[in-house]
Design a protein around this ligand. Structure first.
Ligand code: F0G
Length: 468
């Protein structure tokens, strides 16, 4: 990069600010202030990079693409190769595990299942700790280093914890994770133990853990890495850039993501918005968020919006009614009070997307169909394909449109679920009209249980013949 161009890019990142997203406040703060919400009004913060400075930098897309083939981890990382749009200067102590650069797969069986001509899956489970969280943790933990934090903490349904634990280990920082006791997949818990985190199993649900995290926010040596942290969102937004690159900079009609704490949808919204404002694309994809039926506070709010509350410039509602006792077997998104709901709702409304729910059997069958395309994912990720199928059936996505589902976690994140599904022993707790709970079995349209076969060639051939 020539000196003049490098200086322009450097100036853009060093003049970045943290800004409150509440329009009536819009207060700004320096990027090295250790804050998570607006100190003035309590609103969510986001990083604002003066994009106008970057408009004079030529060939941004070519630069980003060229770095992907570098052997230098910092250059190659699917997050840091977009560094002109990250709020860090050239001397930042980058903590990376070579995250990002994940595949975009064509999924013909899923397309047919959903009623589409073509469906592509962006597999964020192919990250170093096997979930999308890594793209945000690289920037959050780099910021923790810059601030001189001693300990990084998060509340988690499992994946944020595993990711933070790994990046903290790389950065030689102490890591504490708060998990709802007994509600985490053992595979995710095992990762956090292996990466050396202090694992605190809390007697409560994820929302209780999140409340405790906000209480820890005023301890100076502690740095919070949940998605309220705007620096984490900066890493996660790069998924939008990478996805556009993989689409040859042709904007897809729809991008569909699962919704839990709502960081992912918020970050994608910011990423696409920055590309539009930089003039690298000429329209936005519709961003849709899919929630599990029993953990769907934002889908409920969305369903109750009045016509005047839709549209890109509509004022956001002030409150979200939380789900007191969230339920779903997709434990990653078992969340009743998502912290980033405002940013996510803003992204969906701006792009005229949708927020809907899917049932437990719908999630389970969609997950198995994704598997039949040779692409494993964890249950939360499969809400996307289940949701797309519903949106196609409802006429909100057309068969010939270009649609991308973001898979957020790897199939090995929750092997117990997969095994129970295929053996026909998966069931979920449903709430009856009387308010009691009952166990409902999931039949599983695509079950594939192992069978006992005699140790002979004939028996194996017979088994193959019977399954043709
Ligand atoms: N998919 C997976 C696999 C997740 O782990 C999560 C969130 C989501 C989807 C939802 O993303 O929160 O950005 O809306 N997992 C968090 C965690 C809550 O602690 O691992 P979101």
């Amino acid at each position: 990069m020539s000196d003049a161009i490098a200086n322009t890019a450097q100036k853009a990142v060093t003049t970045a600010v943290q800004r409150c997203i509440v329009p009536a406040c819009a207060a700004t703060f320096g990027i090295r202030e250790q804050i998570y919400v607006c100190p003035r009004c309590g609103g969510p913060l986001q990083i604002e990079i003066p994009l106008e400075l970057l408009q004079s930098v030529p060939d941004l897309r070519e630069r980003w693409h060229a770095r992907a083939s570098s052997h230098d981890a910092r250059e190659r990382s699917g997050v840091w190769r977009f560094r002109e749009l990250l709020p860090f200067d050239g001397d930042a102590p980058v903590v990376t595990l070579c995250e990002g650069n994940t595949p975009l797969y064509d999924a013909p069986r899923c397309a047919q299942y959903a009623g589409l001509t073509v469906l592509r899956l962006k597999h964020q489970g192919c990250n170093p700790t096997a979930s999308f969280k890594d793209t945000g943790m690289t920037t959050a933990v780099t910021q923790a280093k810059l601030l001189g934090a001693r300990t990084v903490v998060c509340a988690s349904t499992g994946n944020t914890a595993a990711s933070l634990a790994a990046y903290a280990a790389r950065a030689e920082l102490q890591c504490a994770i708060l998990l709802p006791q007994g509600q985490i997949s053992p595979a995710k818990l095992a990762q956090s133990m292996d990466y050396g985190a202090v694992v605190c199993e809390i007697a409560g649900n994820f929302d209780d853990c999140m409340r405790l995290i906000s209480e820890l926010g005023d301890v100076p040596f502690i740095y919070i890495a949940n998605s309220i942290n705007p620096f984490r969102m900066e890493g996660q937004k790069t998924v939008a850039f990478e996805l556009l690159e993989q689409c040859g900079w042709r904007v897809p009609d729809h991008v569909v993501v699962p919704g839990g704490n709502m960081g992912n949808s918020s970050a994608l919204g910011k990423g696409f918005d920055e590309m539009l404002r930089l003039g690298l694309i000429d329209r936005l994809p519709k961003i849709s968020v899919i929630q599990a039926e029993g953990s769907a506070p934002l889908a409920h709010l969305f369903a109750g919006l009045k016509p005047s509350q839709f549209g890109p410039e509509a004022a956001l509602p002030d409150e979200l009614a939380p789900v007191a006792n969230p339920r779903t077997l997709a434990s990653a998104i078992k969340i009743g009070a998502p912290v980033s709901w405002k940013k996510a709702l803003r992204a969906v409304l701006r792009t005229r997307g949708n927020i809907i729910t899917v049932s437990e059997p719908e999630i389970a069958d969609a997950k198995a169909i994704i598997g039949r395309d040779g692409i494993g994912c964890e249950p939360a990720s499969a809400t996307t394909v289940a949701g797309i199928r519903k949106l196609v059936a409802a006429g909100k996505i057309y068969a010939g449109e270009s649609v991308i589902a973001v898979l957020t976690g790897h199939v090995l994140k929750d092997p117990d679920y997969v095994s129970h599904y295929h053996r026909g022993t998966l069931s979920f707790e449903s709430v009856t009209e009387q308010g009691t709970t009952k166990s409902v079995p999931i039949g599983g349209a695509f079950r594939n249980a192992p069978e006992k076969v005699a140790a002979t060639k004939e028996a194996i051939l017979k088994s193959l013949e019977s399954r043709r």
